[in-house]
Design a binder for this molecule. Structure first.
Ligand SMILES: [Mg+2]
Length: 245
């Protein structure tokens, strides 16, 4: 690309005078220099968290392998079939599973790796955003195991962020499964694709329910034009009306 293919940052900002956002992606901009940013949740989107907790419970004799616990609520304690009576019961199991390298060994949701490699090849900047540090005491293990899992599954990503404050992280598109996260992000005007799970079916789309070519194509289309938002005929002029090139 040449300099003419880029749009500069808006005037009045003290940053080096270099082009930043390719013109064709100007309406997918995030911050001053970011564009086509995908904030991607892990558990319930890329990794089968509930399946991994269930495997832990079966392995330790806390649940029969015949049991198929429900996932009607994001809160495991509220679902039928899980051996948790209180939040403390659940957190104790979660911490014990973490100690057994839950995050290094959990199953990948099929197709995640291939789909993300395809998105990455289409100039999508993948930023992993996960709330896995929600329990204190084992952060070194959680971070290391998460990075190991991502490497072993050859998942491309440019940033790895551990935060529960997902609405503080702007993106062109977010993908999440948590009803609370989805609603919070939408409340601050962010674009969120729902990753389909039983506990989020009451929420409006857009949504994907698997990592296949159809979902990748849908995501690429939503990067270009978010449903309900008409794309400008000349996105760069629309985004930076005073920035003559
Ligand atoms: Mg999640």
């Amino acid at each position: 690309m040449t300099a003419a293919d880029f749009v500069p940052v808006p005037g009045g900002v003290s940053v080096p005078d270099v082009p930043s956002v390719p013109a064709r992606y100007a309406d997918q901009r995030v911050g001053l220099r970011g564009w086509r940013v995908l904030n991607l949740d892990l558990d319930g989107v890329c990794a089968d968290y509930m399946g991994a907790i269930r495997d832990y419970l079966v392995r330790h004799g806390r649940m029969s392998s015949d049991v198929r616990p429900r996932a009607d609520s994001y809160n495991l304690v509220a679902n039928a079939g899980w051996p948790f009576h209180t939040a403390e019961d659940y957190l104790a199991v979660h911490k014990a599973a973490e100690a057994e390298h839950l995050y290094a060994t959990m199953p990948m949701i099929p197709g995640t790796d291939r789909a993300l490699r395809k998105l990455s090849s289409e100039h999508v900047y993948i930023r992993i955003v996960t709330h896995r540090l929600f329990v204190s005491g084992q952060h070194r293990r959680v971070v290391a195991d998460t990075a190991q899992w991502l490497d072993e599954h050859r998942i491309p990503y440019m940033s790895l962020c551990f935060t529960g404050l997902k609405d503080s992280m702007q993106a062109t598109i977010h993908i999440d499964d948590s009803p609370t996260n989805i609603e919070t992000l939408r409340a601050v005007g962010q674009h969120v694709v729902v990753f389909d799970q039983p506990y989020n079916r009451a929420l409006a789309g857009p949504r994907i329910d698997r990592w296949d070519d159809e979902s990748v194509d849908a995501l690429l289309g939503w990067f270009e034009e978010w449903p309900g938002e008409e794309r400008s005929a000349d996105a760069s002029d629309q985004a930076f009306p005073s920035a003559a090139v």
